[in-house]
Design a protein around this ligand. Structure first.
Ligand code: E4P
Length: 234
């Protein structure tokens, strides 16, 4: 008998995943069960601005969303990161532990991955850092596009370069999670570069629906339909 063990998240799922970068339960609930939402990311700043108890918020999000939900450690030494990571991982089986891209963070990442706990390595700003995260077995690497743009460089280049490097080494199973997304263009460009995931504020997900020609076209269709005096039974 062949037994295949799968960790919660496997690489090479052939679709781009969308995560919401928020702790707002109402916003997450709006997109749960729509086929559009594959996971959620949070960070300490997002949790602070939402103003509710961290672990309760993570538990509530995990009930709403089947996919990965990132919860970030706040310690900076690897032993405490490990303890926090193990503790947070017990909240639900879809919790992903977020650790910063530091030497201690990657040490904690490697140890957590040995325990089959999924890890999102955050605050990535260079290809060298992304290479280290993949070697440490990260489930996700989070390059922060918007924050690189903010200082006058092309954040999207980093996604492209990481995608190229990872594709050279099929044994790297780390998924590229485009983070710090500020606009719909960031999402579509990340898709062009082959990012596995884009995590975005709810505002950006809503902006993706929008096109003025869709609004104008629908308005014209409805006006013309009204003139027919017909009805569709419902
Ligand atoms: C990702 O996981 C981070 O929470 C996030 O994308 C940071 O985005 P910001 O640069 O807009 O704060």
């Amino acid at each position: 008998m062949i037994v295949i063990t799968l960790t919660y998240i496997t690489k090479n799922i052939a679709k781009m995943k969308f995560f919401l970068d928020t702790a707002n339960i109402e916003e997450i609930a709006e997109f749960a069960n729509t086929g559009l939402l594959d996971g959620v990311t949070t960070n300490p700043s997002i949790i602070a601005s939402y103003g509710k108890p961290f672990e309760e918020v993570i538990a509530a999000i995990c009930k709403l969303v089947d996919g990965p939900v990132s919860a970030e450690v706040t310690a900076t030494d690897h032993e405490t990161m490990l303890k926090q990571g193990r503790h947070l991982a017990q909240i639900a089986n879809n919790v992903v532990i977020k650790v910063p891209l530091t030497s201690d963070g990657l040490k904690a990442c490697y140890a957590l991955r040995q325990e089959e706990i999924d890890v999102n390595v955050t605050l990535c700003f260079s290809t060298g850092q992304a290479l280290l995260a993949a070697k440490a077995g990260a489930t996700f690497i989070s390059p922060f596009i918007g924050r690189i743009d903010d200082i006058g460089y092309q954040g999207m280049n980093l996604i492209q370069e990481i995608a190229q490097i990872y594709s050279n080494y099929p044994d790297f199973n780390t998924q590229i999670l485009a983070a710090s997304i500020r606009s719909p263009l960031h999402v579509t460009e990340a898709a062009q570069m082959g990012a596995d995931v884009a995590t975005m504020p709810t505002k950006v997900l809503k902006q993706l629906f929008k096109h003025p020609l869709t609004d104008l076209g629908l308005e014209a269709f409805l006006k013309d339909w009204k003139n027919t005096d017909q009805k569709i039974s419902a």
